[in-house]
Design a protein around this ligand. Sequence first.
Ligand SMILES: Cc1cc2nc3c(=O)[nH]c(=O)nc-3n(C[C@H](O)[C@H](O)[C@H](O)COP(=O)(O)OP(=O)(O)OC[C@H]3O[C@@H](n4cnc5c(N)ncnc54)[C@H](O)[C@@H]3O)c2cc1C
Length: 235
Amino acid sequence: MEIRRSEPRVAVLTAADLVARDTYIYRLQLDQPLPFTAGQFVNLTVPDARPRGERSYSVWSSPEDPSYLDLCIKLFEGGAASEYLRGSTVGDTLAIRGPFGIFSVKPEHDPVIFVATATGLAPFRSMLEVAVTAKDPRRFRLYFGVRDEGDLFGLDDLERYTRALPDFAFQVCLSRPSAAWSGFTGRVTNALSADFPTPTEHFYLCGNGAMIEETRDLLKGRGLERKHIHVEKYY
Ligand SMILES: Cc1cc2nc3c(=O)[nH]c(=O)nc-3n(C[C@H](O)[C@H](O)[C@H](O)COP(=O)(O)OP(=O)(O)OC[C@H]3O[C@@H](n4cnc5c(N)ncnc54)[C@H](O)[C@@H]3O)c2cc1C
C-alpha cells in the first residue's frame, strides 16, 4: 500500500536513550518502511502543540534501513513537544508525517563543510552514514558547537567517520567549557573565522537561527557566493 507523506502514520517508540543533557535519541519503529533521503525531517504529531499540532525533527539514522527512524531531540522545560515526549515511554504509539525537506548534500558539492549546533548534528549524522557506505571520497569537514561538555553527544560516531571515510575531520567547539576542557573554546563562527579566510567550499548549516545568521554573515562578508550556503533552521 502506498504511504502518503501528508498523512499521519503510526510509529512505536522502542527506545529513548539519554545521550547528553536533556537530549535523547528516540527510536520510532514504523509499521511500514519509510524511504527518505539523508537530511530530511519528519513531523511528530503533538496533541497540545500550537499552532500546528506538530513539531519537525531531522532524522538522525541512516536511510539505509527505512524500517525505523532515530530522532535526536533536546527537551525544553514547558515546550509542547518536549513535555509530550517527557511523558511518553517505550511501547507508546506516536504519529508522524513525512519525510519532508530538501536539506540534502548535493553529490556535486566538494569540499563540503557541515556546521551544526546541538541537535543540528542530526541531518549530518544521517548524511555521513550514507557517505561511509558509499566510501565517499569527498573532503568533508564538520564543526559541532554546544555550550559545554554536558551537551556533547555523537562523538563516537564522529570518531568512527574519521577512520571510515577517506577525508573527514571534525572540530568540536564549546562556548562555555569547564576549566578541564583542552579542546577548542569558542563558537563555531570563531573556528570558521580562523579556518576559512577566503571560503570557496559549500557550507551546510543546521541548528539555531542565531548561529545560522552569524555564520551566513561571516561567510558572505568574506566573499562566499550565496549559492554555496545551505541552511536548515530549527527555531
Ligand atoms: C526542519 C526542522 C527540523 C528540526 N529538527 C530538530 C531535531 O532534529 N532535534 C530537535 O531537538 N529539534 C529540532 N527542531 C526543533 C523542533 O521542531 C522544536 O522546535 C523543538 O523540539 C521545541 O519544540 P517544543 O514544542 O518542545 O517547544 P515549543 O513549545 O515550540 O517552544 C518552547 C521554547 O523553546 C524554544 N526553542 C525551540 N527549539 C529550541 C532549541 N532547539 N534550542 C533552544 N530553544 C528552543 C522556542 O523558541 C520557545 O521559546 C527542528 C525544527 C525544524 C523547523
